[in-house]
Design a protein around this ligand. Structure first.
Ligand code: SF4
Ligand code: SF4
Length: 102
């Protein structure tokens, strides 16, 4: 139990996006409220939902971030979303690479 609590604390503290959506809309069309917590969604929810072509396209939109600052200004937790996205996209692509090929 302590191990589970320690893991939850590490994963859900710090740059943790609560998915509130106050940062939306994004002019680049990035689904921020999910993209900013993709690492957790991949590991704590039904992963197949996030492996579709549509989600691959949505995650790739992170590269189109215009750095307008809107999401950062609106985030109640003052998350540095553009930086967070870089980590989320790198993790997402690494996750895809490690999947067994059919
Ligand atoms: S900084 Fe990037 S992710 Fe945030 S709202 Fe602007 S374009 Fe979208
Ligand atoms: S406002 Fe902040 S916490 Fe809420 S969805 Fe956007 S990035 Fe996540």
């Amino acid at each position: 139990m302590r191990r589970v609590i320690a893991r939850d604390r590490a994963e859900l503290a710090g740059d943790f996006c609560r998915g509130c959506g106050y940062c939306l809309p994004c002019p680049a069309g990035i689904p921020i409220s999910q993209a900013a917590r993709m690492s957790l969604l991949l590991r704590r929810t039904l992963v197949s939902r996030f492996l579709t072509d549509e989600w691959k396209r949505d995650m790739a939109k992170i590269r189109e971030c215009q750095k307008c600052g809107h999401c950062r200004e609106q985030c109640p937790d003052e998350l540095d979303t553009p930086s967070l996205f870089k980590m989320m996209l790198a993790d997402y692509e690494e996750f895809l690479e490690k999947l067994p090929q059919d």
